[in-house]
Each structure stands twice: as C-alpha cells, then as structure tokens.
Design a protein around this ligand. Structure first.
Ligand code: CO
Length: 436
C-alpha cells in the first residue's frame, strides 16, 4: 500500500494558476483564529481555481449507464480495503480474546464506520438470537423486571454521539522499551466514535424502582466470559443509555448486539456488551474483570481501583508513523481529540518536540465526550521535525507528557495512557513513533 502523504496541491495545476503557498499558509493561519465555516469555504475556493474546463474528453463512466441499484452499499472497488488491526493474545486457544483496533490514520471526520469500530472482547463475539435475549433488572429494586428486545424497542429513545475508548488503549507506548514502529491505529486505535441510540437507563431503573440502599449496579454481559463491571448508580441517572443502534443501524455483533450499555466518557470495558443483567447493589461487586484487570498499578506500589473516566487525549493521525512525506512543501496536520470529562476546548500542536506550541483549528462541533477533529496547515522545510499534539478540555485538564505518565504508573502500568504522542519526521520524509 502506498503510504506516501500527498500534498494539498494537485500536480496538474498549471504554473500560472498555482497559488502561492505562503498565501495558502496565511489563509490557514487566519482561518485558525476565525469561524469554522469561513475556513472550509475559503479552502474550497482556493482549490477550485485549478479545475479543468467542463465539456471535453468524457470518461466512459460519463456516457454509459451506471451499475444497477444495490441493497447494501459497499466501498468503491478502487479503494484499498480499510481494515481493523486484529490481534488475539492467545491464538487459536481463544481466538476471540483480544482486540481489533480502528485504523484511525485512514479515517476522516469523527464518526467511525460500524465495520471499523474497535472491538475489545474477553471471550469472542456471542451469536445472540434477539428473539431469545432478555435484559433483567433486579437486586435492590421494588419490582424486578425483564425486557425483551422487542419491548425495549418500544420505549422512548435518545441519541448521542460519543467516543468509546478502551482503558488499555496506547498500552504499547506505555510499556514497550522502544517505541513500536507500527501505524497510529495499531498503537492508539482502541478509540472510536459513533452515534448511539437507545433507552435512557434511568427510565428503566425508575420503572423497577430503586430501593434507598441501592448505590451501585452490577452490569453483566451474555457472552461466555460473563464480562461484568460495577458502576456507581449516579452514572446511571446521569447519562447512561441502554443502546440498541449504532450509527443508525442495529448494533454490530462485536459491539454488543442486540443491546449494550453505554456510559459516555467512561472506559470502554464498563460499557458492557450483550447486556444481560443489571443488578442494583449496595456496593461494588469486585468482579474478576475489575480486579484481575482494569485496576491500575502505580509507581508507589499501590493500585488505583475504579478509575472510570477517560483522560483528555489527542493523536495526530496524519502525518503519522509508517507514513512518508512526499518532499518539502505544504501539508495538513490533522488528528483527533477527546475527553471523558466533557468538551475539548483547545488542541495545541508542536513541530519542535514540545519546545513551542500553536493552536490547531477544531473543525465541526466540539460535542462533550465525543471525538473532535483538529487541523493545522504546515509548510515542511525538509528538516527533521517532531510533531506532537496536546489537548485541553473544558475542565482545564491538560494532556500529560509520557514522562509524567511513566513517573506516576508502575513500570508495567498500561491503563489510562493518555500521554502526548510524538511522531519524528526524518529529512528523508519517513515518520517514526518516538518517545519524547
Ligand atoms: Co480505569
């Protein structure tokens, strides 16, 4: 696959029509401080000046009938297949135990297509018949209730665009002695963002009637790992959703079909897939999934337990590791940022390994607990450079450096690594994962 990064200027633009690159850069910098809509319109107008006149040399697809209608759309045959990075830690012994990471460096915008949403599973994807699946709410409630999928589908629903991120995302950069030389998605791809639709959990809990002593929930999946986690009940009444749809479609099997829990901004593992049971309890259950994993060993020998919220984070997705720059010139730096605490308020970019910083442009809406896209035009002079991004959220949380993360966590600590990602650009244009 060609991993060279094209420049924003088409090669076919006649010299007389070529825009001065400094003008483009100025436009980009001016845009960075003004409204988003103006920025996009300005860029489009600049690019259009190099267009060919219409009305000659029609290609075959413009004067023959097109292919017939299809019942489910697929990507163009001219596109290289975009795939997740699937890795199972136990091979054929447990092929569904592991993760499939999103190829974030090949995606644009903020929404992850359903087939590319990351998947972290503890014993594979169960083949659930929705007609036979039930959700039970029991424990410290006045009326234990069971819901079929058909019944759940009749409740009033809400939709929310939010990210999901595995607590173990970026663990390669946390524990590997040398930076792994793989693509951005291979290290940081346990992050995805989708438009989820379902029933507010509060509605179902209110129908069951939570007893005064009910302070926590146990959420359990119908998979053969019986994946289960403890959740403070305040989260259920804040913004938890019993989700049935993902980007408008029924949830994909590997993401929890036919029903999953959605806890916006909280670590992926707690968003229990194939949701089978919610038990209201007076305290945390200390399940295997929150004691053997998803507790965070710290540098002082203690461990943090019940660390739910995903920290403020960003990754430059282009240019990024394993790609190659096509010589000196103008490029766009772009990437994604998110925070479990709320909205992203700012993303800064450094071109010199963290010595100096400038603001990137946030494009689109900065929704709370959602992925946000950032961009910055960059005139690369052909010298070695080191690109970093640093996100800041509306609560004032600042993405930490890797040194800060390592100082706080145990040597083999791998959870909640939200530290700054650095890409080293060599004079030959090759891009490497580096520790800063
Ligand atoms: Co945690």
């Amino acid at each position: 696959m060609d991993t060279r990064i094209p420049k924003p200027y088409g090669e076919a633009v006649a010299p007389a029509q070529t825009l001065d690159r400094r003008d483009f850069l100025k436009q980009g910098i001016k845009v960075a401080g003004t409204a988003v809509a103006g920025g996009i319109a300005g860029t489009a107008a600049l690019s259009a000046q190099g267009a060919e006149p219409i009305g000659k040399d029609f290609p075959a697809w413009s004067n023959t009938m097109g292919k017939g209608l299809s019942t489910y759309g697929q990507p163009s045959r001219f596109e290289d297949p975009v795939k997740r990075y699937a890795a199972s830690g136990y091979g054929t012994l447990a092929p569904g135990t592991g993760s499939a990471r999103s190829p974030i460096e090949k995606l644009e915008g903020v929404i992850t297509p359903n087939g590319l949403h990351y998947d972290r599973s503890h014993n594979g994807t169960p083949d659930i018949d929705p007609a036979k699946h039930k959700l039970l709410i029991h424990g410290l409630v006045k009326r234990p209730l069971t819901f079929s999928i058909a019944e759940l589908s009749r409740y009033p629903m809400v939709s929310r665009i939010c990210f999901l991120e595995c607590a173990g995302n970026s663990s390669g950069n946390a524990v590997a002695a040398e930076p792994p030389q793989v693509s951005a998605g291979n290290v940081h791809g346990l992050i995805s963002c989708a438009d989820w639709t379902g029933v507010p959990l509060a509605l179902l809990l209110n129908e069951a009637g939570v007893e005064p002593g009910g302070k926590w929930l146990l959420a359990e999946g119908a998979d053969s790992a019986a994946m289960s986690r403890s959740i403070p009940i305040e989260k259920a009444f804040d913004d938890a959703i019993v989700a049935l749809y993902q980007n408008g479609e029924r949830i994909r099997p590997e993401n929890g079909y036919p029903v999953r829990l959605l806890l916006p901004g909280w670590e992926g593992n707690m968003n229990v897939k194939w949701l089978n049971r919610i038990k209201v309890t007076d305290g945390p259950t200390h399940t295997k999934d929150e004691t053997s994993k998803y507790s965070d060993p710290m540098a002082d020998g203690k461990a943090r337990q019940f660390t739910f919220e995903q920290g403020v984070k960003s990754v430059i997705t282009r240019p990024s590791g394993t790609m190659t720059m096509s010589g000196a010139g103008l490029y766009e730096i772009t990437g994604i940022a998110w925070s479990g605490a709320g909205r992203i308020s700012r993303v800064e970019i450094s071109l010199d390994g963290g010595a100096t910083w400038r603001d990137a442009l946030l494009t689109g809406q900065a929704l709370p607990k959602s992925v946000v896209r950032f961009r910055l035009p960059w005139e690369w002079n052909g010298s070695p450079a080191q690109l970093q991004s640093r996100a800041i959220d509306e609560k004032g949380n600042v993405q930490p450096t890797r040194k800060m993360y390592k100082a706080e966590n145990a040597v083999d600590g791998r959870f909640h690594n939200n530290s700054i990602v650095a890409w080293g650009v060599d004079a030959d244009g090759s891009i490497k994962n580096v520790y800063s």
